[in-house]
Design a protein around this ligand. Structure first.
Ligand SMILES: [Zn+2]
Length: 240
């Protein structure tokens, strides 16, 4: 049996209140392109300029928003429990980092980083614009991809996520799910067989999540639920 840990798993819902929109909840279009064609492992090179234009806009937008209370409290929890707390997010924004949260596992990549297709180097671009002739800082190649997991692409950080989930077999561990429908990463199936304490916070019920498996359920904004979740974690942790 692995030692007890807190695993906090989040999705778009936690960043929505910061004003970060996903294209999935609108019509899925950007400048008349389907998002699936832009962020697609098989077609992105064909759409190279559009892909970079799209992500340049995402980074500019990211530079104009701020972390909210939910990011800040998660950062507080992480800083208190340190290695006993693992923060996993499907979000590509840097809201947790800007709230002071370290070692976040971004399973779908990070907007503020780029990846060289020639040598594999992942480097920071921050909120800066990518220019088509920008070179990899390591090998000077110009074949550069946003450090984002595209549709149909590999997600190497899933391994880190599954390793984190293994700690949830311990009944004294705590799983916290915030702001995800659970259809991209099937969090319901991942938690079903786990003996840990479970906390769910979404705006509303999701057809992909059976909330009866959770010990605490909050259907409300992440910013209004997060302090109750923090208290729950304290109680579960101290009892465990
Ligand atoms: Zn390179």
């Amino acid at each position: 049996m692995k030692n007890k840990k807190i695993v906090i798993f989040s999705g778009a819902g936690i960043s929505a209140e910061s004003g970060i929109k996903t294209f999935r909840d609108a019509d899925g279009l950007w400048e008349n392109h389907k998002i699936e064609d832009i962020c697609n492992q098989y077609t992105w090179e064909k759409n190279y300029e559009q892909v970079h234009k799209f992500y340049n806009q995402r980074r500019t937008q990211l530079s104009m928003v701020e972390p909210n209370l939910a990011h800040e409290i998660v950062a507080e929890i992480k800083n208190k429990y340190k290695d006993d707390c693992i923060v996993v997010t499907q979000n590509v924004d840097d809201m947790f980092e800007r709230a002071g949260c370290k070692n976040v596992i971004h399973v779908h990549g990070e907007l503020t980083k780029m990846e060289c297709m020639a040598c594999g180097e992942v480097y920071d671009i921050g909120y800066k614009e990518f220019y088509m002739d920008d070179k990899c800082p390591k090998c000077e190649n110009t074949h550069i991809k946003p450090y984002i997991v595209f549709f149909g692409g590999q997600a190497p950080k899933y391994m880190d996520m599954y390793n984190a989930f293994e700690y949830l077999q311990n009944e004294d561990s705590i799983a916290v799910v915030i702001g995800t429908l659970g259809n991209v990463i099937q969090i319901n199936a991942n938690l079903e067989l786990m003996d840990c304490k479970k906390i769910l916070n979404n705006l509303e019920e999701s057809p992909y999540i059976d909330d009866t498996q959770f010990d605490k359920v909050y259907y409300e904004n992440a910013t209004s639920a997060i302090q109750k979740i923090q208290t729950d974690i304290e109680e579960f942790w101290n009892k465990g």
